[in-house]
Design a protein around this ligand. Structure first.
Ligand code: LIP
Length: 333
C-alpha cells in the first residue's frame, strides 16, 4: 500500500492550492448566479433535470466550474485521482475508491438554490487521502464566505477561527429538545423515501405529549456543504441527512471536525433490528451517503471530555428517532 504524506506542510500546501482555485473560479460562479458575463446568454443557462428528475438539476455553470477545477488540479497533481459531481454522476458513478489522494469536488453545491437565486450555494473542494477527507474548502462566492480546513490545522471562516461563537456564549444543549437541527428534503421523491423522511421529521418535531422529540427547530437550507459549515460555525446544533454523495460531504466534513464538531453515520436505528446494546452512533464514512453532524460543545467546568460525551449522547438521541433511508454507497470499494 503506498504511503501517503499527510504531514502538516503537505496538507497546508494542498489547502493553499484548493483556496487559490476556489477564488479563481468564484467570478464564474457569481456570473452564473447573476446571469452576467460569460453566463449572460440565458438560453445557455437552463437547468437540466438529471435522470428526468427536476428536483436533481445541473446547469452549464456546474459543468464549466468542474472542468476548470479538474484541469487545474490535474496540472498540479497529475498522479492524483478525481471524483466530481458532474463528471462522475454522468459517467454512471463507476469509479474505484482507493487510498490514493483523491480530489472530491462539487462545483455547485445547492444547485437548486443557485437556480432560484438563493445565495446559500457554493463550491466544495475536498481532498481524501487513505479514503478519509483531510482538506476542505467550501466557498460561497455570492456571500463571500470562504470556509477552509485541513486535518490538524484548524478550521476558518475568512481567516477567523471556527466556531465563530465560543464559550461562554456557546452554551451546551443537554437534550435533543433544546437543539436546532438542519435537515434536507433531498432529490429522491419516491413515496417510500418521502414517507420515511417526513416520518422522521414528524417524530422530531412532534410534542412530547404525543411521543415526539419536540426539537426546538428544524431548518432546510438546501446545500449539504453549507449545512456543515453552519454547524461548524455554531449557527446550528446538528445536521442530519441520508442521500447526498461524497462530493457534498468531503470538504464540509473536514471543516466541521476541525471546528471541534463530531460526525457520525446518519443511518439511524428506527425500525431496524438492532439489539439495544449495539445502539451506539457508528463512525461517519463519507462514501456511505449518511451523515449526522454535531457542533462543538464545550466541556463543563472541571469536566474534561464532557463535551464529547454530550455530542455522543445527542447523536444517540437523534438516531433513535430518525429512520434510515437506504442508498447504495458511492464508488467501488
Ligand atoms: C444537494 C445537496 C443537498 C441534498 C440535495 C442535493 P447538489 O447537492 O447539497 O444536501 O439534499 O438533494 O444532493 O445536487 O445541489 O450539488
Amino acid at each position: 500500500m503506498p504511503v501517503q504524506t499527510t504531514d502538516a506542510a503537505a496538507l497546508q500546501a494542498y489547502l493553499d492550492t484548493a483556496v487559490a482555485l476556489a477564488r479563481e473560479v468564484g467570478p464564474a460562479f457569481t456570473d452564473g448566479f447573476r446571469r452576467t458575463g460569460r453566463f449572460a446568454a440565458s438560453s445557455a443557462f437552463a437547468a437540466e433535470a438529471k435522470l428526468g428528475n427536476e428536483a436533481d438539476c445541473v446547469t452549464a455553470v456546474d459543468r464549466y466550474i468542474e472542468e476548470q477545477l479538474f484541469a487545474r488540479l490535474r496540472k498540479v497533481y497529475p498522479t492524483h485521482r478525481f471524483v466530481g459531481e458532474e463528471t462522475t454522476a454522468e459517467s454512471g458513478d463507476d469509479y474505484a475508491v482507493t487510498d490514493d489522494p483523491t480530489w472530491v469536488v462539487d462545483p455547485v453545491d445547492g444547485t437548486n438554490n443557485f437556480v432560484h437565486h438563493l445565495p446559500y450555494t457554493g463550491i466544495s473542494i475536498g481532498l481524501a487521502i487513505n479514503r478519509e477527507p483531510v482538506v476542505g474548502v467550501v466557498y460561497l462566492p455570492v456571500l463571500d464566505e470562504l470556509y477552509t480546513a485541513a486535518r490538524g490545522l484548524g478550521a476558518h471562516l475568512n481567516g477567523a477561527p471556527l466556531p465563530i461563537v465560543r464559550p461562554p456564549a456557546l452554551t451546551s444543549p443537554t437534550a435533543l429538545s433544546q437543539c436546532s437541527l438542519i435537515a434536507e428534503h433531498g432529490s429522491a421523491r419516491s413515496a417510500a423515501v418521502l414517507e420515511s423522511r417526513l416520518g422522521s421529521f414528524k417524530r422530531l418535531l412532534l410534542d412530547k405529549e404525543h411521543g415526539g422529540a419536540c426539537l426546538q427547530n428544524l431548518r432546510v437550507m438546501g446545500s449539504a456543504a453549507y449545512d456543515l459549515t453552519l454547524v461548524a460555525r455554531g449557527a446550528a446544533d446538528m445536521y442530519w441527512e441520508c442521500g447526498p454523495h461524497a462530493w457534498d460531504f468531503a470538504a464540509g466534513a473536514v471543516i466541521l471536525r476541525e471546528a471541534g464538531g463530531a460526525l457520525f453515520d446518519g443511518a439511524g436505528w428506527w425500525g431496524a433490528d438492532v439489539p439495544e446494546h449495539e445502539r451506539r452512533p457508528r463512525p461517519f464514512d463519507m462514501w456511505r451517503r449518511k451523515l449526522l453532524a454535531i457542533r462543538h460543545i464545550p466541556d463543563l467546568p472541571g469536566k474534561p471530555g464532557s463535551g464529547r460525551a454530550l455530542q455522543k449522547q445527542l447523536a444517540a438521541e437523534l438516531l433513535a428517532v430518525v429512520q434510515d433511508v437506504p442508498y447504495p454507497p458511492d464508488g467501488r470499494h
